[in-house]
Design a protein around this ligand. Structure first.
Ligand SMILES: CC(C)(COP(=O)(O)OP(=O)(O)OC[C@H]1O[C@@H](n2cnc3c(N)ncnc32)[C@H](O)[C@@H]1O)[C@@H](O)C(=O)NCCC(=O)NCCS
Ligand SMILES: Nc1ncnc2c1ncn2[C@@H]1O[C@H](COP(=O)(O)OP(=O)(O)OP(=O)(O)O)[C@@H](O)[C@H]1O
Length: 200
Protein backbone atom coordinates (compact mmCIF):
# COMPACT_ATOMS: atom_id res chain seq x y z
CA UNK A 1 0.00 0.00 0.00
CA UNK A 2 1.35 3.36 -1.03
CA UNK A 3 0.69 6.28 1.34
CA UNK A 4 0.25 9.57 -0.53
CA UNK A 5 0.06 12.92 1.24
CA UNK A 6 -1.88 15.58 -0.66
CA UNK A 7 -1.56 19.25 0.14
CA UNK A 8 -1.87 22.70 -1.38
CA UNK A 9 -3.42 26.06 -0.73
CA UNK A 10 -7.09 26.72 -0.12
CA UNK A 11 -9.19 26.30 -3.25
CA UNK A 12 -6.45 24.64 -5.30
CA UNK A 13 -8.78 21.74 -6.14
CA UNK A 14 -7.67 19.07 -3.69
CA UNK A 15 -11.21 17.75 -2.97
CA UNK A 16 -11.98 17.41 -6.65
CA UNK A 17 -8.81 15.44 -7.35
CA UNK A 18 -9.21 13.28 -4.25
CA UNK A 19 -12.58 12.15 -5.57
CA UNK A 20 -10.82 10.97 -8.75
CA UNK A 21 -8.27 9.02 -6.70
CA UNK A 22 -11.12 7.33 -4.85
CA UNK A 23 -13.18 6.48 -7.91
CA UNK A 24 -10.51 5.54 -10.42
CA UNK A 25 -7.86 4.03 -8.19
CA UNK A 26 -9.88 2.68 -5.24
CA UNK A 27 -7.88 4.87 -2.89
CA UNK A 28 -8.84 5.24 0.74
CA UNK A 29 -8.97 9.00 1.21
CA UNK A 30 -8.84 10.69 4.59
CA UNK A 31 -9.19 14.45 4.88
CA UNK A 32 -7.62 15.69 8.09
CA UNK A 33 -10.17 18.53 8.29
CA UNK A 34 -12.97 15.96 8.45
CA UNK A 35 -11.10 13.79 10.93
CA UNK A 36 -10.56 16.88 13.09
CA UNK A 37 -14.30 17.63 13.05
CA UNK A 38 -15.00 14.12 14.38
CA UNK A 39 -12.39 14.39 17.10
CA UNK A 40 -13.75 17.72 18.41
CA UNK A 41 -17.44 16.83 18.47
CA UNK A 42 -19.29 17.76 21.68
CA UNK A 43 -18.61 15.32 24.51
CA UNK A 44 -14.98 14.59 23.64
CA UNK A 45 -12.01 15.70 25.76
CA UNK A 46 -10.78 17.80 22.87
CA UNK A 47 -14.10 19.61 22.68
CA UNK A 48 -13.69 20.61 26.33
CA UNK A 49 -10.19 21.98 25.66
CA UNK A 50 -11.45 23.85 22.61
CA UNK A 51 -14.24 25.44 24.67
CA UNK A 52 -11.57 26.68 27.06
CA UNK A 53 -9.50 28.07 24.19
CA UNK A 54 -12.44 29.91 22.61
CA UNK A 55 -14.05 31.02 25.90
CA UNK A 56 -15.98 34.29 25.53
CA UNK A 57 -15.52 34.37 21.75
CA UNK A 58 -19.01 33.18 20.67
CA UNK A 59 -17.55 30.26 18.73
CA UNK A 60 -20.10 27.55 19.66
CA UNK A 61 -23.74 27.00 18.74
CA UNK A 62 -26.36 26.15 21.42
CA UNK A 63 -25.69 22.40 20.94
CA UNK A 64 -22.00 22.96 21.59
CA UNK A 65 -20.84 22.53 17.98
CA UNK A 66 -18.04 24.75 16.72
CA UNK A 67 -19.38 27.48 14.42
CA UNK A 68 -16.99 27.10 11.49
CA UNK A 69 -17.39 30.57 10.00
CA UNK A 70 -16.75 32.16 13.39
CA UNK A 71 -13.81 29.86 14.15
CA UNK A 72 -12.29 30.68 10.75
CA UNK A 73 -12.71 34.41 11.41
CA UNK A 74 -10.89 34.02 14.73
CA UNK A 75 -8.03 31.69 13.87
CA UNK A 76 -7.08 33.05 10.46
CA UNK A 77 -6.51 36.53 11.84
CA UNK A 78 -4.77 35.48 15.05
CA UNK A 79 -1.61 33.37 14.57
CA UNK A 80 -1.24 32.69 18.30
CA UNK A 81 -4.78 31.39 18.65
CA UNK A 82 -4.31 29.34 15.47
CA UNK A 83 -1.11 27.81 16.80
CA UNK A 84 -2.80 26.95 20.10
CA UNK A 85 -5.72 25.34 18.29
CA UNK A 86 -3.33 23.40 16.05
CA UNK A 87 -1.38 22.22 19.11
CA UNK A 88 -4.59 20.92 20.65
CA UNK A 89 -6.07 19.18 17.63
CA UNK A 90 -3.24 18.05 15.38
CA UNK A 91 -1.45 15.51 17.61
CA UNK A 92 -4.75 13.64 18.03
CA UNK A 93 -5.43 13.80 14.28
CA UNK A 94 -2.00 12.39 13.50
CA UNK A 95 -2.29 9.58 16.04
CA UNK A 96 -5.66 8.55 14.61
CA UNK A 97 -4.28 8.66 11.06
CA UNK A 98 -1.31 6.48 11.92
CA UNK A 99 -3.74 3.99 13.46
CA UNK A 100 -5.93 3.96 10.33
CA UNK A 101 -2.93 3.53 8.02
CA UNK A 102 -1.69 0.58 10.09
CA UNK A 103 -5.17 -1.03 10.00
CA UNK A 104 -5.43 -0.70 6.23
CA UNK A 105 -1.92 -2.04 5.73
CA UNK A 106 -2.70 -5.07 7.87
CA UNK A 107 -5.94 -5.70 6.02
CA UNK A 108 -3.96 -5.70 2.74
CA UNK A 109 -6.72 -4.71 0.32
CA UNK A 110 -6.08 -0.97 -0.10
CA UNK A 111 -3.82 0.04 -3.01
CA UNK A 112 -3.45 3.69 -2.01
CA UNK A 113 -4.01 5.51 1.27
CA UNK A 114 -4.36 9.22 0.61
CA UNK A 115 -4.03 11.77 3.41
CA UNK A 116 -5.14 15.32 2.63
CA UNK A 117 -3.92 18.02 4.98
CA UNK A 118 -3.50 21.78 4.76
CA UNK A 119 -0.55 21.50 7.12
CA UNK A 120 1.02 18.33 5.77
CA UNK A 121 4.50 19.87 5.64
CA UNK A 122 4.33 21.84 8.89
CA UNK A 123 2.96 18.84 10.81
CA UNK A 124 5.71 16.48 9.65
CA UNK A 125 3.61 14.07 7.60
CA UNK A 126 6.68 13.47 5.42
CA UNK A 127 7.66 10.70 7.80
CA UNK A 128 4.47 8.71 7.32
CA UNK A 129 3.94 9.29 3.58
CA UNK A 130 5.74 7.60 0.67
CA UNK A 131 5.01 10.55 -1.64
CA UNK A 132 3.89 14.14 -1.09
CA UNK A 133 1.76 15.73 -3.80
CA UNK A 134 1.35 19.48 -4.13
CA UNK A 135 -1.88 20.50 -5.84
CA UNK A 136 -1.12 23.85 -7.41
CA UNK A 137 -3.41 26.40 -9.05
CA UNK A 138 -2.47 29.98 -9.64
CA UNK A 139 -3.64 32.47 -7.06
CA UNK A 140 -6.13 34.34 -9.23
CA UNK A 141 -7.90 31.16 -10.26
CA UNK A 142 -8.13 30.03 -6.63
CA UNK A 143 -9.55 33.40 -5.59
CA UNK A 144 -12.05 33.21 -8.38
CA UNK A 145 -13.14 29.65 -7.60
CA UNK A 146 -13.49 30.39 -3.88
CA UNK A 147 -15.59 33.51 -4.49
CA UNK A 148 -17.86 31.68 -6.90
CA UNK A 149 -18.20 28.25 -5.30
CA UNK A 150 -18.14 29.17 -1.61
CA UNK A 151 -18.93 32.87 -1.56
CA UNK A 152 -15.73 33.59 0.39
CA UNK A 153 -14.99 37.31 0.82
CA UNK A 154 -11.66 38.77 -0.28
CA UNK A 155 -10.92 39.41 3.39
CA UNK A 156 -11.40 35.73 4.25
CA UNK A 157 -9.35 34.59 1.25
CA UNK A 158 -6.50 36.97 2.15
CA UNK A 159 -6.47 35.81 5.77
CA UNK A 160 -6.33 32.11 4.81
CA UNK A 161 -3.67 32.71 2.14
CA UNK A 162 -1.54 34.49 4.73
CA UNK A 163 -1.78 31.52 7.11
CA UNK A 164 -0.63 28.92 4.57
CA UNK A 165 2.79 28.08 3.13
CA UNK A 166 4.22 29.89 0.12
CA UNK A 167 4.19 28.19 -3.28
CA UNK A 168 7.95 27.90 -3.09
CA UNK A 169 7.87 26.00 0.20
CA UNK A 170 5.14 23.67 -1.02
CA UNK A 171 7.18 22.92 -4.14
CA UNK A 172 10.41 22.43 -2.23
CA UNK A 173 8.87 19.92 0.16
CA UNK A 174 6.73 17.86 -2.16
CA UNK A 175 7.78 14.99 -4.41
CA UNK A 176 5.14 15.66 -7.11
CA UNK A 177 3.33 18.75 -8.39
CA UNK A 178 -0.06 18.67 -10.10
CA UNK A 179 -0.97 21.87 -11.87
CA UNK A 180 -4.73 22.28 -11.54
CA UNK A 181 -4.84 25.75 -13.10
CA UNK A 182 -6.29 24.32 -16.28
CA UNK A 183 -9.17 21.94 -16.93
CA UNK A 184 -10.01 19.07 -14.61
CA UNK A 185 -9.26 16.66 -17.47
CA UNK A 186 -5.71 18.02 -17.71
CA UNK A 187 -5.23 17.37 -14.00
CA UNK A 188 -6.63 13.85 -14.28
CA UNK A 189 -4.09 13.25 -17.05
CA UNK A 190 -1.26 14.35 -14.76
CA UNK A 191 -2.49 11.93 -12.10
CA UNK A 192 -2.59 9.09 -14.64
CA UNK A 193 0.97 9.86 -15.62
CA UNK A 194 2.01 9.34 -12.00
CA UNK A 195 -0.16 6.35 -11.06
CA UNK A 196 -0.75 4.66 -14.38
CA UNK A 197 -3.99 4.07 -16.15
CA UNK A 198 -6.23 2.14 -13.82
CA UNK A 199 -6.89 0.14 -10.72
CA UNK A 200 -4.01 -2.13 -9.74
C1 LIG B 1 -10.93 26.65 10.88
C2 LIG B 1 -12.14 26.00 10.28
C3 LIG B 1 -13.29 26.00 11.29
C4 LIG B 1 -12.54 26.80 9.02
O1 LIG B 1 -13.67 26.24 8.42
P1 LIG B 1 -14.21 26.81 7.00
O2 LIG B 1 -15.34 25.90 6.61
O3 LIG B 1 -14.47 28.28 7.11
O4 LIG B 1 -13.03 26.66 6.00
P2 LIG B 1 -12.33 25.33 5.44
O5 LIG B 1 -12.48 24.20 6.39
O6 LIG B 1 -12.77 25.15 4.04
O7 LIG B 1 -10.81 25.74 5.50
C5 LIG B 1 -10.30 26.72 4.63
C6 LIG B 1 -8.85 26.41 4.33
O8 LIG B 1 -8.04 26.50 5.50
C7 LIG B 1 -7.31 25.30 5.68
N1 LIG B 1 -7.12 25.12 7.12
C8 LIG B 1 -7.94 24.51 8.00
N2 LIG B 1 -7.41 24.56 9.24
C9 LIG B 1 -6.22 25.21 9.11
C10 LIG B 1 -5.20 25.56 10.02
N3 LIG B 1 -5.29 25.21 11.29
N4 LIG B 1 -4.12 26.25 9.54
C11 LIG B 1 -4.01 26.57 8.22
N5 LIG B 1 -4.95 26.26 7.30
C12 LIG B 1 -6.03 25.58 7.75
C13 LIG B 1 -8.20 24.23 5.02
O9 LIG B 1 -7.47 23.10 4.63
C14 LIG B 1 -8.65 24.99 3.79
O10 LIG B 1 -7.63 25.05 2.82
C15 LIG B 1 -11.88 24.52 9.90
O11 LIG B 1 -10.99 24.43 8.82
C16 LIG B 1 -11.34 23.73 11.08
O12 LIG B 1 -12.10 23.27 11.94
N6 LIG B 1 -10.02 23.58 11.15
C17 LIG B 1 -9.44 22.86 12.23
C18 LIG B 1 -8.96 21.54 11.77
C19 LIG B 1 -7.59 21.66 11.21
O13 LIG B 1 -6.70 22.19 11.84
N7 LIG B 1 -7.46 21.17 9.98
C20 LIG B 1 -6.22 21.14 9.31
C21 LIG B 1 -5.58 19.84 9.61
S1 LIG B 1 -4.00 19.72 8.82
N1 LIG C 1 -9.56 22.48 -12.75
C1 LIG C 1 -10.65 23.11 -12.28
N2 LIG C 1 -11.43 23.83 -13.12
C2 LIG C 1 -12.52 24.47 -12.66
N3 LIG C 1 -12.94 24.47 -11.39
C3 LIG C 1 -12.21 23.76 -10.50
C4 LIG C 1 -11.04 23.05 -10.90
N4 LIG C 1 -10.52 22.44 -9.80
C5 LIG C 1 -11.33 22.77 -8.77
N5 LIG C 1 -12.35 23.55 -9.17
C6 LIG C 1 -13.42 24.12 -8.33
O1 LIG C 1 -12.83 25.03 -7.44
C7 LIG C 1 -13.45 24.98 -6.16
C8 LIG C 1 -12.39 24.67 -5.09
O2 LIG C 1 -11.91 23.35 -5.29
P1 LIG C 1 -11.77 22.33 -4.07
O3 LIG C 1 -12.94 22.45 -3.13
O4 LIG C 1 -11.50 20.98 -4.65
O5 LIG C 1 -10.48 22.96 -3.38
P2 LIG C 1 -9.67 22.44 -2.12
O6 LIG C 1 -8.24 22.52 -2.49
O7 LIG C 1 -10.19 21.10 -1.70
O8 LIG C 1 -10.03 23.53 -1.03
P3 LIG C 1 -9.74 23.45 0.57
O9 LIG C 1 -8.32 23.81 0.75
O10 LIG C 1 -10.65 24.47 1.15
O11 LIG C 1 -10.05 22.08 1.03
C9 LIG C 1 -14.54 23.92 -6.25
O12 LIG C 1 -15.75 24.54 -6.53
C10 LIG C 1 -14.09 23.07 -7.44
O13 LIG C 1 -15.17 22.44 -8.08
Amino acid sequence: MKVIGVTGGVGAGKSLLLAYLEEKYGACVVRTDELAQELIRPGTDLHGSLQELFRGKNAFDPEGGLIRTRAAELIFKDPTLRARMNDLIHPAVKTELIRQIADRKKEGRTPYFVVEAALLIEDGYKKICDELWYIYADENRRRDRLRKSRGYSDEKINAIFASQLSEELFRRNCTHVIDNSGSVEESYRQIRSILGDGII
